[in-house]
Design a protein around this ligand. Structure first.
Ligand code: NAD
Length: 475
């Protein structure tokens, strides 16, 4: 570590997010007092509740923070992890406010968490705990289709969201929009096609969009296309797995290492992501996987040689301790807050480009937005127009073939004929969101000489939008 950097102190996650926001606020000319108002977390509810399990009462601590309700409902995931605390949920809720503004999802920012290690409890026990937590939050309208809509995050997924939705429905039997009280549900419980993989898919679309801008690729001292780029991924959970899978299987990138809790697996020819995921699911560890070299000190690979580093596990993976040694030219923050504010400064000085969390992992909330719209409109996307599109397109092809006396190829015929299914529309909407948001962010980065990086640009875009909404509020 550089001696000067060794002397600097590392801010906590929440201070780190604050520092990043303040950097953007300094470049904006917001009315006096407004920036502080936007900046401040509106409220945090902490609940301690008991559940009778294994013959005794266990007490759990949960949180739901509302950072900004300038738009309602507020939106943000619920995380299950032992280190969940007030500071963490407030930092994550703030990120949600700015993320929603950046990708134009019409929500304020919120986040929740339960201090629990989900691996310590059976499925039945987790269901009891989740339902009780949902009951506590619902009682205070901290789960509500028009006020506060949770989603999955670290340690939670479709299963937990289905329990939450059902608990809400039981407490609100006449609410016709009850299913919209939470997103990330399984399809059978009112979910939407493509939500499970949405965050990873969004990471893929974000990287594709970055590679469409040659000037940006050069800024990262990279060249050429995404195909063949060497990528290291930290965390093979929901986000990391899907991002790694799509980038390797659809874009020809090479995942040369995967870092997990118990160590890392590397393979210069590319790790088979599906095989590694299957091994991890089966054994709970990446150790013993045949398709690569295992090393127990996995975090060391965060600084290994590669083109792109995708931290997709948790916050503060790249800090003052290791930022000097990071060799990746591009960091894509699939996790929330994986690069601390101080590490960000070091990486900026070294010319490493960072695609920031509030953009890179916004695919989840974007598709959650689509799911919420689907739930309040009570109809699957594509249901009304799909067959009509099919008929029209078939007729058009038949007419052209008759006029030209030539036949379309089978592949073209099949692709062109198909009307849009829900999954097609979700992908299209997500791709459009990721492209438009990148464009807004990079325009500020390129045109504002004082804007040092994409992160500050993202915050500038988001803050301007939030400030605009505030200007018409009766404060
Ligand atoms: P997850 O629980 O599905 O996966 C996290 C993975 O990281 C697990 O496989 C875990 O073993 C691994 N991990 C944990 N600590 C690690 C460590 N120290 N080193 C290496 N690996 C470690 O969680 P997720 O939903 O994939 O979320 C990951 C990150 O993405 C979080 O920061 C979350 O806030 C963010 N995020 C998630 C979503 C979503 O839709 N799930 C949306 C936006 C952002």
């Amino acid at each position: 570590m550089n001696i000067q950097h060794a002397a600097a102190t590392e801010p906590g996650f929440r201070d780190s997010v604050n520092l990043m926001v303040e950097r953007a606020i300094d470049l904006l000319d917001l009315p006096e007092g407004l920036s502080e108002n936007i900046h401040t977390c509106n409220s945090t509810y902490c609940v301690r509740f008991g559940v009778r399990l294994r013959g005794k009462v266990h007490t759990f601590t949960g949180y739901r923070a509302v950072h900004s309700d300038h738009m309602e409902p507020v939106k943000g995931g619920i995380r299950y992890a032992m280190n969940v605390d007030q500071d963490e949920v407030e930092a994550l809720a703030a990120l949600m406010t700015y993320k929603c503004a950046l990708v134009e999802a019409p929500f304020g920012g919120s986040k929740g968490g339960l201090a629990i290690d989900p691996t310590e409890w059976s499925e039945d026990e987790l269901e009891k705990i989740t339902r009780r937590f949902a009951y506590e939050l619902t009682k205070r309208d901290l789960i509500n289709p028009s006020q506060n809509v949770p989603a999955p995050d670290m340690g939670t997924g479709e299963r937990e969201m289905a329990w939450i939705a059902d608990e809400f429905r039981r407490m609100n039997t006449t609410d016709i929009n009850a299913r919209a009280c939470v997103t990330g549900k399984p399809l059978y419980a009112g979910g939407i096609a493509g939500r499970v993989e949405a965050t990873g898919r969004g990471v893929q679309y974000a990287i594709r969009e970055f590679f469409r801008h040659k000037e940006d690729v050069q800024s990262a001292n990279l060249d050429g296309e995404l195909e063949g780029k060497r990528i290291i991924v930290q965390g093979l959970g929901n986000v990391g797995y899907h991002a790694a899978k799509f980038l390797s299987q659809e874009d020809g990138a090479k995942i040369i290492a995967v870092i997990e809790r118990g160590g890392a697996v590397s393979n210069p020819d590319g790790v088979d992501i599906d095989a590694l995921k299957a091994h991890l699911t089966e054994t709970g560890d990446v150790r013993g996987f045949k398709g690569g070299k295992f090393q127990s000190k996995g975090a060391a690979l965060l600084t290994a040689e590669c083109d792109i580093l995708i931290p997709a596990a948790m916050e503060s993976a790249i800090t003052l301790k290791n930022a000097d040694d990071v060799q990746a030219k591009l960091i894509v923050e699939a996790a929330n807050g994986p690069v601390t504010a101080k590490a960000n400064e070091i990486l900026n000085d070294r010319g490493c480009v960072i695609i920031p969390d509030l953009y890179a992992n916004a695919g989840g909330v974007t598709v959650s937005y689509f799911e919420w719209v689907k739930n309040i409109s009570h109809i699957r996307f594509g249901r009304m127009q799909r067959r009509q599109e099919e008929t029209r397109q078939s007729e058009l092809m038949a007419e052209i073939e008759a006029m030209t006396n030539r036949k379309f190829g089978d592949m073209f015929r099949q692709n062109y004929k198909n009307g849009s299914k829900e999954i097609d529309l979700v992908r299209s909407g997500l791709d459009d969101t990721m492209r438009c948001s990148y464009e807004c962010m990079r325009t500020v980065w390129r045109e504002n000489e004082q804007c040092p990086d994409l992160r500050t640009a993202a915050y500038i875009v988001a803050l301007q939008r939030v400030a605009q909404t505030y200007s018409s509020l009766n404060l």
